[in-house]
Design a protein around this ligand. Structure first.
Ligand SMILES: Nc1ncnc2c1ncn2[C@@H]1O[C@H](COP(=O)(O)OP(=O)(O)O)[C@@H](O)[C@H]1O
Ligand SMILES: [Mg+2]
Length: 358
């Protein structure tokens, strides 16, 4: 089994130096508010995806007043052991695997997969579309290199296209041929992105099915519905239709960078009709479904549940724990273990954290 056996942090968030060992199954990280529980799981997340789930700027993760933060992870895979080191400085990030530097971060991506549920995930249900697009991009990108490549190309082309549109407005004239070339290239990448998002949402629905229903005590079934901004077969037509608007607004008004999806609970739009607790259950079910989906592609997966229990009643809390399978490594953060069942506790390692691991 693949698992993270140890983490060492140096000048990461509130930690000066901190080392901790983990077991292959459930690791429960317990401590009061603001002691560094989220920071610890954020570091684990960074080891997988080379970026934070919450920091908008990498330098936020460097301890205040310091220059470099280092996250060291030791991974055990049967007899083999890998050492991954991610260093974060103002200048950028670097990954070393077994003392060899990785040429690019995207080359390293995919060493293992990660599924994290955190309080901010409520935004998946009731937040702005950009939140849901990020969910699609991060998670399809984790298991699908073709998608990642198209996404990177698409973003570059979109930026170029918007620059051309700006020049047009300023100089009242521009290279129409160049715009056509960019538009056609964008359409090619957009097709891949839309097709892969469609497939992903279809598969995620399959794995999500039954989870929300179970956690809610057979009261709520959740489902995702993809709302692409353009029909995949009509991208060219759409680009022609929006040509004048694009020039007027100096930006591209069509394409998958405007996609969204809705989350339905019992067939109704969850953002409008569901309570906070129901929305949280739906968002959590999505993440648990995601973990199942990723497991069909790789055995190297780590599941993190950060502060999952707030706003869930005891019944829902215990049903969430019953859904976790014992063949994954799981990290749970919480302020108290008082309500956890004996059955969960006996298979878990409890890690107590006080101020920044001091
Ligand atoms: N870059 C940083 N340097 C120093 N302290 C930080 C940095 N970023 C966050 N912190 C502090 O780290 C503490 C722990 O935060 P967090 O891990 O979110 O706590 P918890 O999840 O246990 O409630 C907070 O007091 C926060 O202000
Ligand atoms: Mg926290």
């Amino acid at each position: 089994m693949f698992y993270l056996s140890e983490v060492k942090l140096t000048k990461f968030r509130c930690y000066e130096t901190y080392a901790v060992q983990f077991i292959p199954h459930i690791n429960i990280i317990v401590g009061n508010n603001a002691v560094g529980k989220t920071s610890l799981v954020e570091a684990i997340y960074c080891l997988g995806l080379t970026k934070s789930h919450k920091a908008t700027n990498d330098s936020e993760m460097i301890k205040n007043g310091e220059e470099v933060a280092v996250i060291k992870g030791f991974f055990q895979n049967n007899e083999e052991k890998d050492e991954i080191v991610l260093s974060i400085s103002e200048k950028g990030k670097r990954v070393n695997k077994n003392n060899k530097i990785e040429s690019t971060l995207s080359k390293y991506l995919g060493y293992f997969s990660i599924v994290m549920f955190c309080p901010e995930d409520l935004g998946l249900v009731n937040g702005v579309p950009v939140f849901r697009r990020k969910f699609l991009d991060v998670n399809i990108g984790q298991i699908n290199k073709k998608y990642l490549k198209s996404l990177i190309n698409y973003r570059k082309l979109l930026k170029q296209r918007n620059e051309v549109l700006k020049v047009f407005n300023e100089k009242q004239g521009y290279d129409d041929r160049f715009l056509k070339i960019i538009t056609n290239a964008m359409i090619d990448e957009a097709k891949t992105i839309i097709e892969e998002r469609k497939k992903f949402i279809f598969l995620l629905n399959k794995h999500l099915f039954g989870k929300c229903d179970y956690i809610s005590g057979e009261k709520e079934e959740a489902k995702l519905v993809y709302n692409p901004n353009c029909d995949v077969d009509n991208l060219f037509k759409e680009s022609e239709l929006k040509k004048t608007l694009d020039r007027l607004t100096k930006t591209t008004n069509w394409g998958p960078h405007r996609d969204d999806f809705s989350i339905l609970i019992n067939g109704k739009e969850a953002s409008k009709y569901a309570s906070q607790g129901q929305q949280k259950t739906a968002a959590l079910s999505m993440k648990l479904g995601l973990a199942d989906l990723i497991k069909t592609q790789t055995e190297r997966i780590i599941v993190i549940l950060d502060d999952v229990f707030g706003e869930l009643d005891l019944e829902r809390q215990n049903r969430v724990l019953k859904l976790l399978t014992f063949d994954d490594q799981i990290f749970i953060t919480t302020t108290t273990i008082d309500n956890l069942s004996e059955q969960v506790l006996k298979d878990s390692q409890i890690i107590h954290i006080e101020n920044g691991g001091e």
